[in-house]
Ligand binder design. Sequence first.
Ligand code: GRF
Length: 260
Amino acid sequence: MADVCERMADVCERMADVCERMADVCEWMADVCERMADVCEWMAETTQGNAKGGYMIAIGILVSGQGSNLQAIIDNIKSGKLDAKLGCVISDKPDAFALKRAKESGVPAYYINPGSHKTYLETKRELEYVKCLQEHKVELICLAGFMRILHSDFLRTFKDRIINIHPALLPSFPGLHAQRQAFEYGVKTTGATVHFIDEGVDTGPIIIQRTVEVEDADTEEELAQRILKVEHQIYSEAIQLFAEGRLKKIGRKVKITTSD
Ligand code: GRF
């Protein structure tokens, strides 16, 4: 019996020894994990969320409505298709669904009171928009369903750095309800346009256009939905070209230069 007890004591001692070594290993592994977490954090900061790494421009998005174009941009950034980061989103409507989308994605999102005019920002308010965009170090401003005209002060501050998406092939059907205008006119082909903003309404230099066929059986809503899908593609494409420095504005033409 004494012999058995002695052996068991011996086994216990060895097990205690093993446990001690395992505790050492666990401690060492915890240390490695902590260092790896530090490295990951550093990489995330360095690449600012971009899978490909490198510098990324900050974009500011102005919205008024549902924000499906904003969502497409957010999704394309997340999936690494678009090398940009979102600086901020500003809405002229407090209850715009776009604001909710931005907040859910962790993007700084603000409602800034546009003032009492219906179609443009009051001068004093416009300055608040500019200040907010500058505070977020925005380099490109994308209007995504933003229903107001911008003054020349705003345009001068962000010269050649403001773009818009329009649901028709400009210069046809500028202004409001472009899909309806095209549908009612009876065109066989319409589409979407991304263009720089100038002082006019939907008159700035064109960056990308893509066509959408009008089917005989289309309702206006069906047509608008197909155009919207195309908008979601070409807006990110245009932003990517801007981010790569491949848009060269010559007069009213925009030349897309080849990538290196
Ligand atoms: C889009 O059709 C865009 O072309 C137009 O306004 C609409 C905005 O849609 N300027 P959403 O808010 O991005 O869903």
